[in-house]
Design a protein around this ligand. Sequence first.
Ligand code: NAD
Length: 289
Amino acid sequence: TKYHVGLIGLGKMGAPMAANIARAGYPLTVFDLNEDTKRDVAAATGATAAPDTVTLARDCDVIITMVPDGKAVRALLIDGGLADAAGAGTIVIDMSSSDPNGTRALGTEMESRGLKFIDAPVSGGVKGAENGTLSIMIGGDPAVIDECEALLSTMGGQLFRTGALGCGHAMKALNNYVSAAGAVAAIEALRMGEAFGLDPNHMADILNVSTGRNNTTEKKLKQHVIPKTYASGFSLGLMTKDIATAVAVGKATGQDIPFAESCLAYWADALEKIGPDADHTAVVDKPKS
Ligand code: NAD
């Protein structure tokens, strides 16, 4: 028998993830703060739209959160009463890119209520969510992860067990830091090259078969940065949050991380100048300080 799944957060990632869960035959109940989004996703997937999260918690065996950050997850689970409404033994999976220390603190509160809690953030973007090929970085009790594997496989191509609760979230933040640093390197190189007289499309071709190749050179320069379409599906606000999370992980563990700190300063400056809702690839347009 398949779990009754609840999915909260139906944005750019949550909506296609809901479609894949429903397609795999799981009974699904959905919720989003945005009523229009909730109605549209329920209609598109055949899921039930929950009137509120407490009702969703009472109906579901497994509850997935796919909201902007760990603060929103805490607001839902603790302040919003979801954890108190869920029956003992309910599994909660936070697939948002949350702060790992906040996740560990939440874990204690979930445990005291008899709930099972794991972190399972994702990488692969909107396309990966649509195709069900996300990489999923999972932290928490292996026995609980075993119980979730089939469900997670409806959304992910690769499932990684990274360690204790919070390790998935730490891994995700560090992945996005590496991705963000690579983006800055590629974008600054493009600027320098163009100013010197190189053709940016040609530069992208050369980088992509040379040692400078990275995710930005392959998937963002010609697709979003050079044509100025800025439609990758991942916002500047969320990217900057992830780099800040990585820096916080580094500081909390006493690491010397000047490069990560300057990367964060670069993105935080863009955030201030062009706002959190801009696509993260629009960082190339940020005005000079
Ligand atoms: P999004 O802004 O498109 O969607 C977030 C959704 O959550 C919105 O529909 C919003 O209304 C809803 N929401 C916010 N607070 C809520 C609450 N308290 N209760 C119910 N609903 C709430 O964001 P997204 O791009 O889908 O990202 C979701 C998470 O996935 C973030 O943590 C992000 O960092 C991560 N992520 C995004 C991508 C990407 O490419 N977009 C890739 C990997 C991971």
